[in-house]
Design a protein around this ligand. Structure first.
Ligand code: NAD
Length: 364
């Protein structure tokens, strides 16, 4: 297969982690005989410094014509005092809007070697493997009218039937190919928007008779998420609740640096780790590249339809963690190392036969 992938390294640790993920994609291409071309473009603070715009028109144009976009992270203290439209994060929001992305997928999996790295007890997090699907383009963050005065401020939480339908379909499709359980999280006892959300989710459910559907209120679900995380398979929710719940769920895995994400819906998907630019460790070869490498695996699966290749890359990460390798953010790692060297170990572990032992490292 031939594919053109746009790479947006961004700021802070972004360039360090995307470098490793691109090298992994190249290794996958070599192993399976694909032809990937990588084109780098500016976003975030790096783009503000270079051309005064956190999302230059050329970057958006390149992304629109690509098979997929791989992003590192944006932001940092250097740009914190810039006006809102000159801030790195506004570049990312505009990119998501410009690509029409409405479904944000965040898998949260607790690796057996890292059960002790989570602040939640190992016997609770053991076996956790869920997919959070967050609506990304509607709701409170985009609702109009919005208004601020020193005495009163207003935000609005609108959802249309169509906006709920399309993200629900993404979640049900995922559930169909996983453990066939879906929980839809809302606040239907208080919010009209949530009542509509519930109604539409039930309508979509009719087309997926094999998927067991549950509805939960966001407050009690927030407790269940840390009390019994392994009960959940696909979690579907709106923008604001998804923002909060997906960060809460991230804690279960042990480090922000491990977790990938995919934003889908338009013609081109965006794949990025969930962490930010980590300015405190940037440029020191300390960042964990696994979140970005697993985002590259999601890119293979969701943007290019290369399921076997995605599984091979995920298996390489699994075996690397299992053998005790990891960056210093992982408490369970018995072979701590830097960003580049961890990336190299993962590539060395890449094989079409994922059950083969990892060369040159001790099994645990
Ligand atoms: P952050 O995710 O950058 O960092 C939080 C903590 O996690 C830090 O201690 C950091 O060192 C650690 N960390 C993050 N990624 C890591 C990795 N790969 N390996 C090891 N440790 C890692 O969040 P923050 O400090 O709140 O934000 C820093 C900047 O990033 C801000 O400018 C913020 O706006 C931006 N940000 C960007 C994104 C994005 O690009 N999608 C997301 C969140 C925050």
């Amino acid at each position: 297969m031939e594919a053109r992938i746009v790479v947006l390294p961004g700021d802070g640790v972004g360039p360090e982690v995307t470098r490793e993920a691109v090298a992994c994609l190249q290794a996958v291409a070599d192993l399976y005989g694909h032809q990937f071309t990588f084109e780098e473009a500016l976003i975030g603070g790096a783009a503000v410094d270079a051309c005064g715009d956190p999302l230059p028109a050329r970057t958006l144009e390149l992304c629109r014509g690509a098979a997929a976009v791989l992003l590192g992270a944006v932001g940092g203290p250097a740009w914190d005092k810039h006006p809102r439209d000159q801030r790195p994060e506004s570049g990312l929001l505009r990119l998501r809007q410009g690509l029409g992305l409405y479904a944000n997928l965040r898998p949260v999996k607790v690796h057996p070697a890292l059960e002790d790295a989570s602040p939640v007890r190992p016997e609770i997090v053991r076996g956790t493997d869920m997919m959070i699907v967050r609506e990304l383009s509607g709701g409170l963050y985009f609702g109009e009218p919005r208004m601020f005065s020193p005495e009163r401020a207003v935000n609005t939480l609108p959802y249309s039937r169509e906006e709920i339908l399309r993200v629900a379909r993404v979640a049900f499709d995922l559930a169909q190919n996983r453990r066939r359980k879906l929980v839809s999280v809302d606040k239907a006892n208080v919010l009209e928007t949530s009542r509509l959300w519930r109604q539409v989710v039930d309508e979509v459910a009719v087309d997926y008779p094999e998927v067991a559907v549950q509805h939960a209120y966001v407050d009690s679900f927030a407790m269940a998420l840390v009390a019994r995380p392994r009960d959940f398979d696909v979690v579907l929710t709106e923008n604001l609740f998804g923002d909060i719940l997906s960060d809460e769920a991230a804690v279960l895995a042990g480090s922000l640096g491990l977790l990938p994400s995919a934003s889908l819906g338009g013609t081109v998907g965006l794949f990025e780790p969930i962490h930010g630019s980590a300015p405190d460790i940037a440029g020191r070869d300390q960042a964990n590249p696994i979140g970005t490498i697993l985002s590259a695996a999601m890119l293979l699966r969701h943007a290019l339809g290369l399921t076997e290749e995605a599984l091979a890359l995920e298996a390489a990460v699994d075996r690397t963690l299992h053998a005790g390798h990891g960056t210093s953010d992982l408490r369970g790692a018995t072979h701590p190392q830097g960003t580049a060297s961890l990336g190299a170990v993962i590539r060395a572990a890449l094989t079409k036969d994922p059950v083969k032992p990892l060369p040159g490292v001790l099994p645990t």
